[in-house]
Design a protein around this ligand. Sequence first.
Ligand SMILES: Nc1nc2c(ncn2[C@@H]2O[C@H](COP(=O)(O)OP(=O)(O)OP(=O)(O)O)[C@@H](O)[C@H]2O)c(=O)[nH]1
Ligand SMILES: [Mg+2]
Length: 313
Amino acid sequence: MGLFSSDKKNNLDKGLEKTRETVFKKLSRAVVGKSRVDDEVLDNLEEALISSDVGVDTTLKVIERIEARVSRDKYLNTNELNNILREEIIELLTENNQSDISGLGSDLPSKPYVIMVVGVNGVGKTTTIGKLAYHFKNSGKKVLLGAADTFRAAAVDQINIWAERVGVEIISQQMGSDPASVAYDTVSSALSKDTDVVIIDTAGRLHNKANLMNELAKIKRVMKKVIPDAPHEILLILDGSTGQNAFEQARQFTAATEVNALALTKLDGTAKGGVVIGISDQFRIPVKYIGIGEKMEDLQVFDRKVFVETLFS
Ligand SMILES: Nc1nc2c(ncn2[C@@H]2O[C@H](COP(=O)(O)OP(=O)(O)OP(=O)(O)O)[C@@H](O)[C@H]2O)c(=O)[nH]1
Ligand SMILES: [Mg+2]
């Protein structure tokens, strides 16, 4: 199982390769010809982090911490900068947030545990659902998917293909049917089938944004008729390769719905992986998963420490 095995570190290494190379180059440039961390190095460092999509606010916090360290240690060697960065960023992310979640194999807080997946079109919602289904199934959980993106025929097909590939059950209706009714059927069915995890797909694009938000609210309302505290998790998917755009989407969605978990996808193939650090720092909502490829194994539970260590090693 990719999530728990020793492959995990290797996959992450590979997945973050582009970001790591870029960050490494920028950091090397920041200290070139310098043996001591001085104001100029700090300025360069600030620029390097901002241009690595860490985000301005988070970068400033990191720089402040390093400044404090410089004034304590007086002579900080630039050779140590990578280690120092790593330590300070891990500290920052640890101070700010709740603990990382435990693995997908651990006990879920309710049965069934209902996850509603939201996000704009193309960010990787359906793919992430397929990956989650795979991992939950592998850890012995009974999974049921709900194809509540009925906006496009292709969307219904796509999630059905995932269900088949992974070998989990799915409730779907034809394109154009009421998404809330699909969600209702799915949670009702989950109760009668002794299901552990329900994952509901939703549309990323409707005729307009207000429509989309109304629809998400309606899906939620209808599920509550069957299970009053569902959905237990509203998982917002963000495309990490869009960098600062992902911040913007996180802001909009968290304002409009009660998102309580985040996933950042497509970190492979992008140099903008620094965005995970910024988002993990800026939002009170935990980053729960990261996507590092298109295959079902390419999802990991986000571990701040491992992530930062991998990025700055
Ligand atoms: N490289 C890479 N590609 C990914 C990842 N996650 C998703 N994708 C790809 O991104 C594309 C869009 O993914 P979907 O899962 O269809 O996205 P969606 O949010 O369901 O899109 P809509 O249904 O149109 O709203 C697909 O080609 C996926 O294979 C990832 O972690 N890495
Ligand atoms: Mg989809």
